[in-house]
Write a protein that binds this ligand. Structure first.
Ligand code: DAH
Length: 337
């Protein structure tokens, strides 16, 4: 019979088991080390079988030492098992991870067309001056487009407008509006004064496209009707608009002209800081017949109106030579503005 084990033997075996379990490199190796060291036929279990040959005192102390060693080795096993299991899980998660991120190449953003920019800027300036924005239809009645604007049948001014007619109703009764002025009539018919509106919109004429004409273009109309409105209010409004839109270096002038729907009538020009002039549009005091057609008593109210082309305005604003460039939709041209 071999020598009975000593406490030192037990501790040495316990330390050895603890060190090997703590250093197990994989779960598989930990599992085989576990049965080798902690199993029924393991080294520490071997000590237990040999306790029987000892006297009761020595059996108790040595048994205690074996239990201690087993408990520490078991704790080391469990700790290492948790570490290795956590590592394995991390590796698995990393391997099975789905990359849900998406590389977003920032989109090429466009911008509003030059005409839209000019249109919106004009609206902003007039709204800032207290005007409201009004709208009217692009397909108009002969009445709103001509008649109510003091251009009766056979009026010579009607031939100035190369009108596109729509095949609807009695011949000649329906037109693509040739200007935004019919919105004046629609607004007057729909509300009592005071009226302070601008009406931007698309208009149509039988023009052949050239550097300064397009058959489809845009205008902005202004209408003010109130008590005691004078020509000075018109001139002051045009000047205030010029400065608000272009800046303080610019000024405006009115030149006598003729429009059937205003009396007196004028054309207004804008002077650039270098002294040169830009013809912008027409204006005048609303003709009494036009007020009456809108259901307003010209003895009680007076008003002024103006109208000008947005496209030519944008053309000037952006320094473009040829209006047609704006509508051929060449991206290399359009993206410059
Ligand atoms: N409707 C005119 C045109 O298309 C422009 C115009 C002139 C509008 C004088 C007005 C105005 O309101 O008072 O040529």
């Amino acid at each position: 019979m071999s020598e009975p084990p000593t406490i030192a033997d037990v501790r040495a075996a316990g330390d050895d088991a603890l060190a090997r379990l703590s250093a197990a490199p994989t779960l598989d190796e930990l599992r085989s080390l576990g049965s080798e060291l902690l199993g029924k036929r393991g080294a520490l279990a071997g000590f237990k079988q040999r306790l029987g040959s000892l006297d009761p005192d020595a059996r108790r102390t040595l048994g205690q030492a074996v239990n201690d060693a087993v408990a520490k080795a078991q704790a080391a096993h469990d700790r290492r098992h948790r570490e290795l299991a956590a590592d394995a899980r991390r590796v698995q998660l990393e391997a099975e991870r789905l990359d849900l991120t998406e590389v977003v190449i920032s989109p090429r953003r466009g911008h509003a067309h030059l005409v839209t920019q000019a249109w919106e800027r004009l609206e902003d300036v007039f709204v800032g001056m207290g005007f409201r924005v009004a709208e009217g239809p692009e397909v108009e009645t002969d009445f709103h487009n001509f008649e109510a604007l003091n251009m009766g049948v056979g009026h010579p001014a009607r031939s100035e407008f190369d009108t596109l007619f729509v095949d609807f109703g009695p011949p000649g009764s329906t037109v693509l509006r040739t200007h935004t002025s019919p919105v004046q009539i629609r607004v007057m018919q729909s509300q009592p004064p005071p009226i302070y509106i601008v009406a931007p919109g698309r208009v149509f004429r039988r023009d052949t496209p050239d550097a300064t004409h397009m058959p489809v273009f845009h205008q902005i109309e202004g209408l003010v009707v109130d008590r005691g409105i004078t020509f000075a209010d018109l001139a002051g409004t045009i000047q205030a608009f010029t400065e608000a839109f272009f800046g303080t270096g610019f000024s405006s002038r009115l030149r006598p002209s003729y429009f059937p729907f205003t009396e007196p009538s004028a054309e207004f020009d804008i002077q650039r800081p270098d002294g040169t002039w830009l013809e912008l549009g027409g204006c005048g005091m609303v003709h009494p017949n036009v007020l009456r057609a809108g259901g307003i008593d010209p003895e009680e109210f007076t008003g002024f109106a103006f109208g000008f082309g947005i496209d030519r305005f944008g053309k000037e604003w952006a320094g473009i030579d040829d209006l047609r460039e704006m509508f051929t939709n060449d991206i290399r041209f359009l993206e410059q503005f």
